[in-house]
Write a protein that binds this ligand. Structure first.
Ligand SMILES: [Zn+2]
Length: 471
């Protein structure tokens, strides 16, 4: 058996004007991609021959530049032979958004099908937040995604997609996944798989998968709310070995159940308007408090250069604050020209997104060095300024300080701070574990939480919460 593999991922955000370019991707070509994915042990164990192409994974962001995207697509398509392969496995996000093209994942599948035809199976491992177009299930044979949000089943998902592909090859079947939609878009940070009401929906899908003969996969997708297209929102994709009508009826039932619980999605962390969040954190003398700058969440594609919260912290007079962090290439370069211990006055923020604020800060330079990336690679230079009441991490590139090892990579001891402002929505699991208290602040920006604040023009209507009682 011979299987071609590829991975191309960037979670798109239509509100962010900051384009994603080739150099923003953590990129590996040929056999170098093996260490980036989780299916190699399975393939080796089964003695399956692998045809590698590329792995390219960027931090969520604005649209991918068309030319750079087409280069990546070309490398994948060129790397897949026309003959002599039994199946294709891809690990994608499902919301990759491209300048002038729109849904990049669908375009990629179309290009692959143009080359290999429809007689060999394609299986997708995806993100739980994929916004599936109507076309994508018609281009592939199996679709599965993470089943946890926050995500902690990356490896299991990749392996499940590969096992589904191997099953299709062994059984010589070409299943047709069936999709249904719910049109329910509460703030993404309310949609957590371990919590009510989504937990019940996930269990319902798993029950169908476990008990329905011939059912290969019943997958719930929450969708990703920052894509201004009619296909934005949750979907349910069910794949049966041969019975498409049964698969469609199960997808419809799960989607209806998702719609029926639409009023029950609630924030599971404390939420507050920004100034209120800082005030609550200052008043809490007993706990260390994480505040999420949710409108500038780089893991949801925002620019990460908004100094809005720095300005709010300066105005509040809060002490012991860590700003983790802010992207500003120029300010970072000025720090690199200075010596450790120098006092600098810098304008930070507002260099990527014209809507972002700038803040003037003065402090002592205490660190210079590369910071670890969201994807595990290197996110490039960073510098840390100790401004007395607050410590500010400045990064050359957009970054996300979502894991402990990222703080450690720049010598930050989180325990030293009273208030930690992060550019996230919900805290990633490692931070959630250490956070004594977490407050999600409804800050402005490209990853603002509430659909009613986004002014989208192209999304499907009716859609909850903008509309209600439409089914
Ligand atoms: Zn996701």
């Amino acid at each position: 058996m011979r299987i071609a593999i590829a991975s191309l991922q960037c979670e798109g955000n239509c509100l962010s004007p900051v384009l994603t370019r080739f150099e923003h991707f953590d990129y590996a070509r040929g056999e170098a991609m093996y260490e980036k994915i989780a299916v190699m042990d399975l393939l080796r164990e089964k003695g399956i021959e692998v045809v590698p192409t590329i792995y390219a994974h960027a931090l969520p962001g604005g649209a991918v530049v068309k030319e750079d995207y087409l280069r990546l697509v070309g490398e994948i398509v060129d790397g897949i032979p026309t003959e002599g392969i039994d199946g294709i496995w891809l690990f994608i996000h499902g919301t990759l958004y491209v300048e002038e093209i729109g849904p990049g994942d669908t375009y990629l599948m179309r290009e692959i099908r143009k080359k290999v035809g429809y007689d060999i199976p394609i299986s997708l491992a995806m993100d739980f937040h994929a916004d599936n177009t109507d076309e994508i299930p018609t281009l592939v044979n199996c679709m599965t995604s993470f089943r946890t949000a926050p995500h902690c089943d990356h490896a299991e998902t990749q392996i499940r997609a590969m096992e589904l592909l191997i099953k299709c090859i062994e059984k010589k079947i070409l299943p047709k996944p069936q999709m249904a939609r719910a049109y329910v878009v509460p703030p993404g940070d309310c949609v957590l798989t371990a919590e009510h009401p989504l937990r019940g929906i996930m269990e319902m899908a798993e029950e169908y998968e476990r008990t329905t003969p011939g059912l290969l996969c019943a997958q719930v997708y929450a969708g990703h709310q920052w894509i201004d297209e009619p296909y934005m929102g949750p979907s349910v994709v069910v794949t049966h070995e041969s019975d498409e009508a049964l698969a469609k009826s199960i997808a419809d039932k799960i989607a209806k159940a998702y719609y029926d619980v639409r009023h029950e999605f609630k924030f599971l962390v404390e939420t507050a308007e920004p100034d209120e969040a800082i005030r609550l954190a200052m008043e809490d003398k007993e706990h260390q408090v994480f505040i999420s700058d949710s409108g500038d969440n780089t893991t949801a594609g925002a620019s990460g250069d908004n100094a809005y919260m720095i300005n709010r912290v300066i105005e509040s007079g809060a002490e012991g604050v860590l700003i983790a962090g802010i992207a500003d290439a120029k300010a970072c370069a000025l720090c690199y020209e200075a010596e450790i211990g120098d006092t600098l006055t810098l304008d930070v923020g507002g260099t990527l997104d014209p809507k972002s604020e700038t803040a003037r800060i003065t402090g002592k330079l205490i660190h210079k060095g590369d910071i670890l990336a969201y994807s595990g690679g290197n996110e490039g230079p960073s510098a840390i300024l100790d401004c007395g009441n607050m410590t500010v991490v400045i990064t050359k590139n957009r970054a996300s300080m979502c894991r402990r090892d990222i703080y450690e990579s720049v010598n930050i001891d989180i325990s030293k701070y009273k208030i930690i402002v992060v550019k996230l929505g919900y805290l990633f699991p490692e931070l959630a574990e250490i956070a004594e208290r977490a407050i999600l602040a409804f800050t402005p920006g490209s990853s603002c939480e509430r659909l009613q604040d986004m002014n989208f023009k192209k999304i499907h209507r009716p859609i909850f919460p903008l509309d209600d009682n439409f089914i």
